[in-house]
Ligand binder design. Structure first.
Ligand code: URA
Length: 195
């Protein structure tokens, strides 16, 4: 069977029981959709953000608001379509007022969904977007300014952290750094030929 079809079927099966999840407090704090994630189920590169914002909650899709558009544009600048990577978040439900997810919320969601998504997709590289995604994925207190653009190997995962695109929207001078980090992650995932 085609690995894409097989993995997509496994992802659908994983998502199904959690479409109205109330396993952590975010399930009863006004979220509209459980934003599972989207993209190529057999992707070499997986992006992990913090959690859905307003637009993502309304549309049920990850990174579709202003931050997401910046991510999509940056990928396009390296000739990569967002459909060719997989995009998700640490927590799948929007925290009220976009607050940072709590330890309980992220641990619960990581165990129930994110870790299983990673096992199914088996990406070559995971690119975490922002400090929260990096710290919650690894369980370690990394400083994003030091860790970004470097390879972190943990539990068989290759993680390349970069800034959150929302930070780049506020700090335009960091766009080149962000774009270069993404290029490096694409190269490591063999989605881009090294020049
Ligand atoms: N910010 C995130 O961390 N994730 C999204 O899906 C959108 C914005």
């Amino acid at each position: 069977m085609d690995p894409k079809l097989y993995k997509q079927a496994l992802l659908n099966e994983l998502y199904e029981p959690y479409k109205n999840c109330t396993m952590c407090p975010l399930g009863s704090l006004g979220r509209k959709n459980v934003v599972f994630g989207e993209g190529d189920p057999d992707a070499g590169l997986m992006f992990i953000g913090e959690g859905p914002g307003r637009d993502e909650d309304l549309q049920g899709r990850p990174f579709v608001g202003r931050s997401g558009q910046l991510l999509t544009r940056t990928l396009a600048s390296h000739q990569v379509k967002r459909e060719n990577v997989f995009i998700s978040n640490i927590v799948k439900c929007r925290p009220p007022d976009n607050r940072t997810p709590t330890e309980l919320e992220s641990t619960t969601c990581k165990k129930l969904l994110l870790e299983k998504q990673i096992k199914i997709i088996r990406p070559k590289v995971i690119c975490t977007l922002g400090s929260t995604a990096l710290v919650h994925l690894t369980g370690k207190e990394f400083k994003i300014t030091k860790a970004r653009g470097k390879i972190i190997e943990q539990n068989g995962m290759i993680i390349i952290p970069t800034y959150h695109p929302a930070y780049i929207l506020r700090n335009a001078s960091e766009i080149t750094t962000f774009s270069n980090d993404i290029k490096f992650a694409l190269e490591q995932a063999q989605l881009l030929q090294k020049k």
